[in-house]
Design a protein around this ligand. Structure first.
Ligand code: FE2
Length: 184
């Protein structure tokens, strides 16, 4: 069998200690959630947070953005839904929750897994705040990335996809050089 990888014996590792620790914290939080009334099933939020994180990394790579920060924003952007069960205004409501969670992360895990700088936290907070405004297009590449990833992930989880969700899913797939017949 031939391989087109230049050195298949070489071990490669996309190291993301900060993201890995934050994913653990999010998983712990969702598993221990005591919110019983939810606009969306908790299972959906769990699936969505992990797959958004992965999609965000791929799209970030294509768009020249930081892969780990994008993975963190993809994972954490719906924290308000996880904590309250309420969909309405979960972007703006989630922003301060994200800031607190990431600041706490720095205190408790920064030394072990690596600190998030203040401007990195600001980026993730901003993307969380704005991600629910999918009809608005901004110059903010990081914000747009999370809106796009959120839309694409919904489509890939077989949610009804229409309007701006379709546009954003299609554009994301185009950037990833993938075509789906659904968008032809
Ligand atoms: Fe959301």
């Amino acid at each position: 069998m031939t391989s087109n990888i230049s050195n298949p014996d070489k071990i490669v590792n996309l190291e993301m200690k900060r993201l890995d620790q934050i994913l653990l914290l999010l998983l712990e939080e969702t598993m221990n959630s005591s919110v019983d009334k939810r606009d969306q099933p908790l299972e959906w939020s769990i699936n969505h947070l992990f797959s958004c994180s992965q999609l965000a990394k791929l799209l970030a790579h294509k768009r020249g953005l930081d892969i780990e920060l994008s993975g963190i924003a993809g994972a954490i952007h719906d924290i308000a839904i996880i904590r309250t069960g309420i969909f309405k205004d979960h972007g703006p409501l989630g922003a301060p929750m994200v800031r607190k969670m990431l600041e706490d992360y720095n205190v408790n895990y920064g030394a072990k897994s690596g600190e998030l700088k203040e401007d990195e936290i600001d980026l993730i907070v901003e993307a969380t705040y704005q991600h629910t405004e999918k009809k608005n297009y901004t110059e903010h590449k990081f914000v747009e990335l999370i809106k796009d990833v959120d839309s694409l992930d919904r489509f890939l989880h077989s949610k009804d996809t229409y309007d701006f969700y379709s546009v954003r899913s299609k554009n994301s797939l185009k950037d990833l050089s993938i075509e789906f017949d659904e968008f032809k």
